[in-house]
Design a protein around this ligand. Structure first.
Ligand SMILES: Cc1cc2nc3c(=O)[nH]c(=O)nc-3n(C[C@H](O)[C@H](O)[C@H](O)COP(=O)(O)O)c2cc1C
Length: 166
């Protein structure tokens, strides 16, 4: 099989935010898709080893900050290559709070989600969640995963579902 064909699948780039033990944390993800429209629900794939996985399992709620092409790529790196186990990412990246959950300030929109179900795989959990709230923050173009790779020249770590070892 030519694994590179999987690079032709399309995604966005997002920051998942959660609150655990009074602190905000989260990670960068690309693996979000809308599942139903009424009620609005989404799916999100998270690696078992990520600290965010533990937080989602425990709290069952999270925010999604939808990044735009103008969002500071520092957020993608901070949330995507460091762990909330040893750093407070939301102390580095400016945020606001909606419904008790952190939203990256220069995102172009956000969703507030409640986990209703999950599917296990060998390395990742696919969380299914209802969208309880959400808004557009500005009219900038949402960042695609291919923009992140081809224009920003960003990389993805091993824990990302789309990682290819080449
Ligand atoms: C562009 C990009 C996309 C990513 N997508 C995912 C994803 O969909 N699911 C996932 O589990 N990790 C993904 N990651 C990796 C996590 O963000 C990374 O492992 C992070 O350090 C986990 O932090 P935590 O331990 O604080 O949860 C992605 C990283 C990048 C840079």
């Amino acid at each position: 099989m030519n694994n590179n064909v999987l690079n032709n699948l399309s995604y966005g780039v997002y920051i998942v935010g959660c609150k655990i033990n009074g602190k905000y944390t989260g990670c960068t993800v690309n693996s979000i898709m809308q599942i139903t429209s009424s009620p609005a629900s989404i799916a999100l794939s998270v690696n078992h080893d990520n600290y965010t996985h533990k937080c989602l399992e425990e709290t069952k709620e999270f925010s999604i900050s939808i990044l735009s092409e103008k969002s500071n790529p520092l957020a993608i790196g901070t949330f995507g290559f460091r762990s909330g186990r040893d750093c407070e990412k939301f102390e580095i990246i400016p945020y606001e709070v909606v419904d008790n959950l952190p939203i990256v300030k220069d995102a172009c929109g956000y969703l507030i989600c409640k986990i209703t179900n999950k599917i296990e795989t060998s390395t990742h959990t696919v969380f299914i969640a209802d969208v309880l709230n959400g808004d557009i923050m500005d009219d900038k173009t949402p960042m695609t995963y291919s923009y992140y790779h081809n224009v920003i020249k960003g990389k993805s770590p091993k824990s990302a579902p789309t990682y290819i070892n080449d």
